[in-house]
Write a protein that binds this ligand. Structure first.
Ligand code: UD1
Ligand code: CA
Length: 462
């Protein structure tokens, strides 16, 4: 839902140029992930729900931040001299703009658009020139404190490092989310100085300046304090990650998915799972994975950008990455499907079978200990235990084709490029170097010789 006041425009400014020193990372803070998406993606999503005009201030690792987002505009902050300086670098882009500006820090991934809507509605109904979203925290350490004066009206915002012990005792904090009248914002930003503990230009100083100029300012408390949690450290990243995954788990259960042990179901936000699917304890489902209905995913499976059809089962310890499993399929335990493996409906891939960049046809079975790479395998094929497609000759990867209704005996090596024709058999233990025609038997192994009494003679000799 978007708040729309007729005749009044709303734009969003997201501050994402900082390094995030407290993360102790080579990577810019907003590029860290929580809940299966980058911090900046979460914030940009909330921003886009409020306005179609979103500007993101970039600086540190700007190219990566640009690459991570779509549908927003970027503004460069050359040097990171503080949040006030960041907002000020948007002034040229806002030249002549007379509406409101919603400002969001790029490091608060739990913020929800419904809260932003409430903030905007409060700002507009109160006729404020600036409004801050606040929250009461049990441990307000690190946040700017909300200092209220006579009649509880907002007086100023004081940063942790600039605060006296009395101000540090205040538990109402600044979320870093604000709505400003654009004119009031840029006029007062021009007056912000950097005489403070960090030597930075603070966006928060705008409130003190507006109050001194007798302009009306507002403050509204978020209904849930958790929503405004900012990520400045790895500890806070972990807290936020858990919260996002809790939300995802709750949404899946509401939609009819069984999580046997929700606490150990590790599921990214963009994953889709159909009703009546059961997820067992200690399962990890990542990226853009889509699972159908009535599927079962057993413990210690890891699915990354996978597709799993309805009624299929992924048994314990299996890895499915960038691969597709049809309906009524069974995979695992301890199977490894990767790089575009495609398993058709009703097929079975058993324990310790690796399938790389291969197609496995309908109803085909590869039940034990096999490597199938760069192979195209038809329907109703039986791949015996220990079958290996020798796809790599040291220079290039070569294809193996196995047509419908083929039987590959156990412990065979298929030395690619090679084709096994429809209905053919390959004898167990063969090293197949040439094509096997349809309906034929290919046998390629040393003949057995039995030497009678050999063993008895040997023992006698000793
Ligand atoms: C800020 C607020 C603090 C508030 C807290 C809420 C100020 C001075 N303080 O503190 O009152 O409680 O957020 O989370 O605003 N950024 C830039 N350019 C810069 C500096 C920062 O784009 O030059 C961006 C960062 O990338 C980040 C956001 O602004 O996404 C906030 O910066 P951060 O350093 O995390 O501010 P806090 O110290 O958390
Ligand atoms: Ca912060």
């Amino acid at each position: 839902m978007t708040v729309k006041t007729p005749g009044r425009e709303m734009r969003v400014l997201v501050l994402a140029a900082g390094k995030g020193t407290r993360m102790k990372s080579k990577k810019a803070k907003v590029l860290h992930s929580a809940g299966g998406a980058l911090l900046i993606e979460h914030v940009a999503n909330a921003a886009k729900a409020v306005s179609s005009h979103v500007s993101v201030i970039v600086g540190h690792q700007a190219d990566q931040v640009r690459a991570a987002l779509t549908g927003v505009e970027f503004i460069e902050q050359q040097e990171q001299l503080g949040t006030g300086h960041a907002a000020l670098s948007a002034r040229p882009a806002f030249e002549g703009y007379r509406g409101d500006v919603l400002v969001l820090p790029g490091d608060i991934p739990l913020i929800e658009s419904s809260t932003l809507d409430r903030l905007v509605a409060f700002h507009r109904s109160g006729g404020f020139s600036a409004t801050v979203l606040t929250a009461e925290l049990d441990d307000p350490f690190g946040y700017g404190r909300i200092v209220r004066g006579a009649g509880q009206s907002l007086e100023r915002i004081v940063e942790q490092r600039d605060a006296t012990p009395e101000i540090r005792a205040i538990r109402e904090v600044n979320s870093g989310v604000y709505v400003f009248d654009a004119g009031a914002l840029f006029e007062s930003l021009a007056g912000v100085r950097n005489r403070n503990a960090q030597g930075e230009y603070y966006l928060t100083d705008v409130f003190g300046i507006l109050v001194e100029g007798q302009r009306p300012v507002g403050a509204i408390m978020a209904s849930s304090a958790r929503e405004i949690l900012g990520v400045n450290t790895r500890q806070e990243l972990a807290v936020v990650d858990r919260e996002l995954r809790d939300r995802k788990r709750a949404a899946l259960m509401t939609a009819g998915v069984t999580l046997v042990d929700p606490a150990t179901a590790f599921i990214d936000m963009n994953v889709e799972i159909g009703a009546d699917t059961v997820i067992h304890p200690f399962v990890r489902i990542e990226g853009r994975t889509v699972i159908g209905e009535d599927a079962v995913i057993h413990s210690f499976a890891r699915l990354t950008n996978a597709r799993v059809g309805s009624r299929s089962t992924v048994l314990d310890g299996s890895i499915v990455a960038d691969s597709e499993i049809g309906s009524d399929v069974s995979v695992g335990p301890y199977a490894h499907l990767r790089m575009g493996a495609t398993i058709a409906d009703t097929a079975r891939v058993g324990n310790f079978v690796e399938v790389k960049k291969s197609v496995i046809g309908r109803n085909t079975k590869a039940m034990h200990l096999a490597y199938l790479g760069d192979a195209t395998i038809g329907a109703n094929v039986n791949i015996g235990a220990g079958t290996i497609t020798c796809n790599y000759d040291g220079v290039r990867k070569n294809p193996t084709t196995i047509e419908d209704d083929v039987f590959i005996g156990s412990d065979s090596q298929l030395i690619a490029p090679v084709r096994i024709g429809k209905g053919a058999y390959v004898a167990a233990g063969s090293s197949i170097t040439e094509d096997v025609p349809s309906d034929s038997l290919g046998i390629a192994r040393g003949r057995q010789i039995n030497k009678p009494d050999w063993a008895r003679e040997r023992k006698k000799g000793k």
